[in-house]
Design a protein around this ligand. Structure first.
Ligand code: FE2
Length: 201
């Protein structure tokens, strides 16, 4: 059975560092890259271990078992990998009102961009780890969600369009505990072209 491994770039794309203009520093991004790589490494470690495991349903256990440890932490590791993929893919743009089809979807679901933006910022203050903009394939509509942890995905049958990291490691170096200042900076550097590119054709 061939194990499929995931990868993370060795260095950030240059556009990621353009966020220095709003105060999200290179030092923050470089430290954050190491964390992102950690999620990829642990994803690969678990993917490699699972096929080698001696699987016995009689000893798998919900309190503690190797199967539980691997499966629970797999969702955390792979979730963290994907969340950070989207975070770094969609940062380093010009911000401003959402453009293209995503702009239309936001207007349809939230009335106008400013209303969505207010919702996004408030959701960012209310979340513990992540704020997600997801495209719901069932309703053909976008929704903003809280993801309290790496493995708390909002709902099935969504495409993740935008992911804002609100863990302290994403901003403490630059903004100390002033999370709202970080969020105000972050929304000025969303790359809406990259967000639109994630929308299913
Ligand atoms: Fe992070």
């Amino acid at each position: 059975m061939a194990v499929k491994l995931v990868t993370v770039p060795e260095a950030h794309a240059a556009k990621v560092y353009s966020t220095e203009r709003v105060g999200i520093s290179k030092a923050t991004h470089d430290a954050h890259l190491a964390l992102w790589q950690g999620y990829a490494r642990k994803t690969n470690e678990i993917r490699t271990k699972l096929p080698e495991m001696d699987i016995d349903p009689a000893t798998a256990n919900q309190i503690y078992s190797e199967m539980r440890a691997l499966k629970v932490n797999y969702a955390f590791a792979y979730g963290g990998y994907i969340n950070h993929n989207v975070y770094f893919e969609t940062i380093g743009g010009e911000g401003g009102p959402a453009t293209g089809a995503v702009g239309d979807l936001i207007n349809e679901a939230y009335g106008n961009f400013d209303h969505w933006l207010n919702d996004w910022k408030a959701t960012g203050m209310a979340g513990r780890g992540w704020v997600f903009l997801g495209y719901d394939h069932d309703e053909e509509r976008v929704h903003t969600y809280i993801g309290d942890s790496q493995d708390t995905f909002p709902a099935w049958n969504h495409t993740l369009l935008l992911a804002m990291d609100v863990y302290e490691h994403a901003y403490f170096l630059d903004f100390k505990t002033a999370r709202l200042k970080y969020i105000e900076a972050y929304v000025q550097v969303i790359d809406w072209d990259a967000v639109n590119a994630r929308l299913p054709k």
